[in-house]
Design a protein around this ligand. Structure first.
Ligand code: C2E
Ligand code: MG
Ligand code: MG
Ligand code: MG
Length: 277
């Protein structure tokens, strides 16, 4: 009897794997044609400066909505795009779109603000990455200080290029750099002191607990203090509640990104929000 159950379990596991494999294959197909089929688009989430409660920037977030599979979350499709190599094409497309968009806003007379773009470790490790950046900035005419690259610690650590060298090159180019998802990976404070970065983003998973864990709250406070001593601005990601906001204000956090102010928006809604402020 026990043998039967074992076999059964194995079969269930097997068909689950097969299902996943099929969905994976379908997603790869969707991603491969997403640009041509206009099934990829971009939303922008405002970043709010606490002191002035104004929009001081916006993060570009990639979205996929396909006829075949409906909406697919970035959590699901980004890893598949990375494994399949399709991230290269998709993110080059996104970079151009986003720089173009931000240049258009400037041309509309809207006071310029940086647009942030998530950069995958696959992109960073490509030899052509810096030249792509140069090319896109030149083609779109976006002044480099209005582009901010969001890079995670883990992709810096695994970078083939020396991390400091890469960051120095980016600083020379004039683009801004922010360290994304801080608090989830290596999060070495020592590392931070050596990195030429402009902004540090404390990850949502960490922000979630700051009101309930004295330890997390103390860590957040220390991170903010250290960042400030290094002339680095701090963004709190995924702020949803008033009590989080109050605590972060008290701790002198600079910038908030979260549903408490706004979720990711379509371009027209973002423009509306900026104009109303
Ligand atoms: P991330 O860069 O840390 O982006 C922030 C994520 O947190 C976004 O999810 C955003 O919608 C979500 N978020 C912001 N505020 C709140 C909040 O108050 N509550 C909740 N529940 N969520 C909030 P999204 O758009 O699903 O993106 C997830 C991740 O996918 C991103 O995390 C980023 O790592 C990746 N990603 C998204 N777009 C791109 C892209 O164009 N390129 C690359 N390489 N990765 C991307
Ligand atoms: Mg990000
Ligand atoms: Mg983030
Ligand atoms: Mg995050």
């Amino acid at each position: 009897k026990s043998k039967d159950t074992g076999k059964n379990k194995f079969t269930i596991f097997d068909s689950k794997m097969e299902e996943e494999l099929n969905r994976n294959t379908l997603i790869v197909e969707v991603l491969r044609n997403a640009i041509d089929n206009k099934e990829v688009y971009i939303q922008y989430q405002p970043l709010i400066e606490l002191e002035t409660t104004t929009v001081i920037g916006y993060e570009a977030l990639m979205r996929i909505r396909s006829e075949r599979l409906g909406s697919i979350t970035p959590e699901e499709f980004i890893p598949i795009a990375e494994e399949s190599g399709l991230i290269i094409e998709l993110s080059s497309w996104l970079l151009k779109e986003v720089c173009n968009f931000n240049k258009e806003l400037i041309d509309m007379g809207i006071p310029p603000r940086p647009v942030s773009v998530n950069i995958s470790s696959i992109q960073i490790n490509r030899p052509g990455f810096i030249s792509l950046l140069r090319e896109v900035l030149e083609e779109t005419g976006l002044p480099p200080q209005y582009l901010e690259l969001e890079i995670t610690e883990s992709s810096l650590v695994s970078s083939i290029m020396d991390a400091t060298e890469l960051l120095n090159t980016l600083q020379e180019l004039g683009v801004k750099v922010s360290l994304d998802d801080f608090g989830t990976g290596y999060s070495s404070l020592n590392y931070l002191t050596k990195m030429p970065i402009n902004t540090l983003k404390i990850d949502k998973s960490f922000i979630d607990n700051i009101c309930y864990s004295e330890k997390d709250s103390q860590i957040a406070k220390s991170i903010i203090q250290l960042a400030h001593s290094l002339n680095i601005k701090v963004v709190a990601e995924g702020v949803e509640y008033e009590n989080q906001l109050a605590l972060l204000k008290e701790q002198k956090c600079d910038i908030i990104q979260g549903f408490i102010y706004s979720g990711p928006l379509h371009a027209p809604a973002l423009i509306d929000m900026i104009r109303k402020a």
